[in-house]
Design a protein around this ligand. Structure first.
Ligand code: KG4
Ligand code: ZN
Length: 336
């Protein structure tokens, strides 16, 4: 079964054709990073306008590259929540137009569920149940994937998402948006033990995360250096911050796995590209004899291939969008 999927939840426009939830026939992404870099972050209105420009030619190219036509595509899928409403609306409206014009069924897809499905594209043997750490620019969750369409959140961020914290600190270190990518790179040349940062929620019996305390401590250190006109040791600062964030993610995730009886673990979302997070989890899971899965690097960030994967399982479970499908800024993963 071939699904044409569309993703426009934030600042990437993407379209893909995916077969039976696992095989990517074609996937194209139009990144807007350059359009937002001058502002230091995503400007929602600019994002919506770029989606409008990009979406038609991108979908056309994706179908051509897949050697498909609407006669050989079986269903359509689109991300409808959560995300920037103005961005989501572009994809939702475009997909509804296609569904009307072609008569194909339309499957609405939840953004976080699709990030989890990015694991199916890279790991043919992975099947639920497993425990997933979803870390992106907007979310940091520990999620029980009970089945392809059944989820339960065990832990969530109480303030900033991990990617958001990386981006904000990256900006204060003078790195280009999105700061997380560059911060990860320069951390490789820094000493992670140079700065002592607070350990959030220590002593609390929770799987939740909190990154605002570490972020504020970093900003105070940076301000201190700036006030004294001292050169920022950016590699050491980045490495210390990255280690603190990764330590929180890894320790809560492994504790949640142990206490809830999971021996199969996966990571997903933009921050799952982080090299320290990958190294730490690979090493720790190997020594604990856990099965550990990660998406290929090109499927960590927002893309429509993961939407096509999740849509396949949603389609099998009977999910269909009606013609009054709307975009939603927020939507719990176990609420739609
Ligand atoms: O999943 P994603 O593409 O968009 C959202 O759904 O939010 O995630 C984007 C986030 C950004 O905050 C970006 O800085 C972060 O993922 N990111 C990274 C790395 N690559 C991307 N954060 C840390 N290390 C990386 N290597
Ligand atoms: Zn995302």
């Amino acid at each position: 079964m071939k699904i044409l999927a569309i993703e426009s939840s934030c600042d990437d426009t993407s379209a893909a054709v995916v077969e039976d939830g696992r095989k990517v026939i074609s996937c194209k992404v139009a990144s807007q990073i350059k359009d937002h870099q001058i502002y230091g972050g995503v400007v929602p209105e600019v994002a919506s306008r770029k989606h409008i420009e990009n979406i038609s030619p991108l979908v056309k190219k994706t179908i051509e590259e897949a050697n498909c036509s609407f006669k050989t595509i079986d269903a359509l899928a689109v991300t409808y929540a959560p995300g920037l409403v103005g961005s989501l609306l572009v994809g939702v409206n475009f997909a509804k137009g296609l569904a009307l014009g072609t008569g194909l069924p339309l499957v609405p897809v939840h953004h976080i569920k699709s990030h989890i499905a990015s694991l199916y594209l890279s790991n043919p043997d992975l099947k639920p149940p497993f425990l997933c750490l979803v870390v992106s620019g907007g979310h940091s969750n520990i999620i029980e994937v009970k089945d392809y369409t059944k989820f339960k959140i065990l832990g969530r961020t109480r303030d900033d998402a991990a990617g958001e914290a990386f981006d904000k600190v990256g900006r204060r270190l003078g790195l280009a948006y999105p700061g997380g990518v560059m911060l990860d790179k320069i951390s490789e040349n820094g000493n992670p033990d140079s700065f002592k940062l607070p350990v959030p929620l220590s002593g609390e019996d929770t799987y939740d995360f909190s990154f605002s305390g570490i972020k504020t401590a970093m900003i105070n250190i940076i301000n201190n250096y700036n006030q004294k006109n001292l050169e920022l040791p950016i590699n050491d600062l980045a490495a210390s911050f990255r280690k603190s964030v990764v330590d929180c993610l890894v320790s809560n995730f492994l504790r949640a796995a142990k206490e809830n009886g999971y021996r199969t673990l996966g990571i997903a979302g933009g921050v799952s590209a982080n090299s320290l997070l990958r190294r730490e989890l690979n090493e720790k899971c190997r020594s604990l004899h856990y099965n550990f899965y990660e998406p290929k690097l090109n499927f960590c960030g927002d893309n429509a291939a993961m939407v096509g994967s999740q849509a396949y399982y949603e389609f099998l479970s009977g999910k269909r969008a009606s013609m009054n499908l709307n975009a939603r800024a927020a939507m719990p993963i176990d609420g739609d």
